[in-house]
Structure formats: C-alpha cells, structure tokens
Design a protein around this ligand. Structure first.
Ligand SMILES: CC(C)(COP(=O)(O)OP(=O)(O)OC[C@H]1O[C@@H](n2cnc3c(N)ncnc32)[C@H](O)[C@@H]1OP(=O)(O)O)[C@@H](O)C(=O)NCCC(=O)NCCS
Length: 246
C-alpha cells in the first residue's frame, strides 16, 4: 500500500460572487443573497437521479442576465449542495485541483481541458454564506462502452472528512449507471477511500487487447495513464489501480 503523499498547501476555496440582480421579482442584491430555502424549485428540469429527492432540488434566483443561472442542486445531509458544473466554475475547480496536480496527486491539466471536460464534472458547493463556494469536485470520463474513469476527485482540505468525497463518488457512480457504464476505474493514492466505496485494487489494464489498441488513439493524458504507457509512468508512481463493478 503506497504511503499517501503530503497534502500540498492550499488557499481557501474559490468564492463565486453573487452578482447583483436586476430583473427577477425574487431578485436580491449580493448582500441580500437568497437563502437556499427561499430559492424556487425547478423540478421539471431535474434529472432522473435528482427527481428522487425533488423536494430538495433548488435553484438560485436573482442573477444578472449575463451570468448563467446556477443549475439545480440537491441538498446533502450535511447542508452542502451537489450540482453539475458550469463554465464560471472552472476557476474554482482549477483552484482545487492545481495544488494536487503540482504534488502529482492528480493529473495536471491545461485550462482548456477543464472546459472540454466540464460536462463530466459534479461539484459540491457550500451555500451557507452570501457567496457560493466550490468545496469538492469529481468527474466521470468515459473510456469505452462499458468502462469509465472516476477522475479529478478532490475535496478542499478544510472540508475533508465530511462526506463530500463519498457524495461526489456516489453521484459519479449513479451517472455511470445512467449512461450504460458497468465498470469504473480509478488511479489513486487514496486506496482506503475508494475501498470504502467498493473499489478493489487491480493490476494491469482491464480491457481486451483489441480495446487497448483502440484506446491508444486517444490524446487524453488520463487515458495514457490508464493504459500505463511508459511516457506517463513517472506521473503514476505509487498510485494504485482500482476498479469497481457496478
Ligand atoms: C480522497 C478525498 C477526495 C476524500 O474526500 P473527503 O471529502 O474527505 O471524503 P469523505 O469525507 O467523503 O470520506 C468518505 C469515506 O472515506 C474515508 N476516507 C476519506 N479519506 C480517507 C483517507 N485518506 N484515508 C482513509 N479513509 C479515508 C472516510 O473516513 C469516509 O469513510 P466513511 O464514509 O465510512 O465514514 C480527499 O481526501 C482528497 O481530495 N484527496 C486528494 C485528491 C485525491 O487523491 N483524489 C483521488 C484520486 S482522483
């Protein structure tokens, strides 16, 4: 079992300023940002998974027309919320990931990669203050017809041990089932965390030789690490390869 590397220094989580509202009747200013309980529900647009907890589905109101509205969010037992990512979240996601990438715990990415993979991300956000704060992220990257990778799973150091990682992973695994994936891979130092979610350590690359050859066509660095290519081996030293059957 590899030793966990030291957590790198990291500043406070990125805060999304709530823009001043101009039109909506429920609109409030940044200093009067709506509490979550005051926000209108939009059950119609909830996903199948989110409908299961429709009473908890909320959407924030009163945003500047130039700012994309916040997507529906499902409240977690902790009082935090889980939702899909949107383009203005990229800065906050990078703030979570980059110190971990510098420490070689997560794969380093260029800014464009976050935008390209934005729809893969789920976020946990703290809405207890006037500014929403992104405190955790996770992404599901599909590799092949039955296989996906859980990647970029990170909780801000100040928020660890509060079930955020577990909630993100449970959502990611539900997303995987929804889209027809039956196996989820991850490459990680956090073996106990993933074991607690039903992942098991494996060796090698869990695809047929034919699929392996097809995956070699990918330009994705994470896929190169999944394939255990020689050029990326220095990035994955000490990591465990883990797999969960759904
Ligand atoms: C892994 C990580 C996302 C866990 O986040 P978290 O929000 O603290 O996790 P949770 O609070 O949901 O913990 C879930 C469970 O795992 C356990 N756990 C979490 N981190 C653990 C660790 N480092 N060692 C042992 N157990 C751990 C918790 O005790 C908890 O168990 P329980 O549900 O039975 O009580 C976080 O430590 C992190 O950001 N690590 C750096 C990035 C990384 O390595 N990501 C994984 C590879 S993509």
């Amino acid at each position: 079992m590899p030793a966990d590397p030291a957590t790198p220094p990291i500043s406070g989580p990125e805060r999304t300023t709530v823009p001043e509202a101009t039109t909506a009747p429920q609109a409030t200013t940044a200093t009067e940002a709506p509490t979550v309980s005051e926000a209108p529900t939009t059950h119609e647009r909830a996903t199948t998974h989110e409908r299961a907890t429709a009473s908890q589905v909320t959407a924030a109101a009163g945003f500047d027309p130039g700012t994309p509205p916040l997507p529906e969010a499902r409240e977690l037992p902790s009082g935090l919320f889980i939702r899909r990512a949107r383009t203005p979240d990229v800065k906050a996601i990078r703030g979570l990931v980059e110190p971990l990438a510098e420490a070689r715990i997560l794969v380093a990415k260029d800014p464009v990669n976050y935008f390209e993979s934005l729809q893969e991300f789920r976020l946990v956000v703290d809405r207890s203050g006037p500014q929403e704060v992104v405190v955790g992220c996770a992404a599901l990257h599909v590799l092949w017809d039955d296989l996906a990778e859980a990647r970029t799973v990170a909780t801000h150091p100040d928020y660890r041990g509060r079930g955020i990682g577990r909630s993100l992973m449970e959502q990611i695994l539900a997303d995987a089932r929804d889209i027809g994936v039956s196996r989820v891979f991850c490459l990680t130092f956090e073996t106990r965390f993933f074991q607690s979610l039903g992942f098991e350590e494996i060796s090698g690359t869990p695809v047929s030789p034919e699929v392996y050859v097809e995956l070699l066509h990918s330009h994705d660095e994470g896929t190169a690490e999944f394939l255990d290519l020689a050029r990326v081996k220095p990035n994955t030293l000490g990591n465990s390869r883990m797999l969960k059957h759904l």
